[in-house]
Ligand binder design. Structure first.
Ligand code: 3SL
Length: 256
């Protein structure tokens, strides 16, 4: 029987990762919501990088780069981590590669990147991703990005929703208390996620930064169907990940 387990934060990853080759990375507010949205809206690839310095190097080679720290755009970058901005800028970004670094989300992607399969989850692509996971004959580790290595509510709810669906299918089992807790938290929250998450510390942080539109967007389930997957260090839409015509890594971006 395949397992599904939930790891609450990158700090706990080493305790959970053994035996899993399929990892789902979640950062509902806002990195993974932004990544799903960018690829859904025609951006060809996202290059996730953990450090701002690395993003600067790509930027100096002419790539479009987006960088966020503590919820704000890092000075000197074209964009931050806002899914709403990715939608607004989509007409200019069609077919482009965007380099992205964020406080927690890209760090979580980075630590999982040696696994055979890394896919990106959010409330935005919840059903599409869960249905795809149900078709894989493989154990699944769901990694919440948390906030600076701490537990967070929104990633746990999303992880719990996925785990609940997989366990309910009868084809997955869970051993860890973190998975049971995520499932119960999701079940308490599911009928009114938006008001449940009023208590989330990061939601309050983003409200202070006037990012309410982003918060509303990120907490809307199933408004995209794209499942981003990591291929050769780039996040691409799952259905195009085997496309032989995909851009070579070295290809210079268009000037911007
Ligand atoms: O931590 C992250 O990766 C970000 O998503 C945080 S924020 O929502 O942009 O503040």
């Amino acid at each position: 029987m395949n397992h599904v387990e939930v790891c609450f934060s990158p700090a706990d990853y080493a305790l959970y990762e053994s035996g899993f080759e399929l990892v789902v990375v979640i950062d509902v507010l806002r990195a993974t919501s932004a990544i799903c949205t960018a690829l859904e809206n025609g951006i060809a690839r996202i290059k996730p990088v953990a450090q701002v310095e690395e993003a600067k190097k790509w930027q100096s080679k002419g790539f479009i780069a987006a960088a966020e720290r503590n919820g704000e755009i890092v000075p000197g970058f074209d964009m931050g981590n806002s899914p709403v901005t990715f939608i607004e800028k989509a007409p200019q970004l069609q077919g482009e590669t965007v380099v992205l670094t964020t406080t927690n989300g890209t760090k979580a992607i980075d630590i999982a990147s040696d696994k055979k399969t890394v896919v990106i989850g959010a409330l935005n692509n919840l059903d599409a991703l869960s249905n795809w996971l149900l078709k894989q004959d493989e154990s699944v580790l769901i990694l919440g990005s948390g906030w600076k290595d701490k537990f967070n509510l929104e990633d746990t709810i999303c992880a719990g929703a996925i785990a609940d669906k997989l366990i309910s299918s009868g084809n997955f089992i869970a051993d860890e208390d973190s998975t049971v807790a995520a499932k119960f938290i999701y079940r308490s929250a599911r009928d009114n996620m938006f008001s449940f998450l009023k208590a989330s510390s990061h939601r309050r942080r983003l409200r202070r930064l006037n990012l309410n539109d982003d918060v509303k967007y990120c907490l809307t389930p199933n408004n995209v169907t794209t499942i981003p997957i990591l291929k050769d260090g780039f996040l691409v839409p799952l259905n195009e990940s085997t496309n032989e015509n995909s851009l070579p890594i070295e290809q210079a971006p268009m000037a911007h």
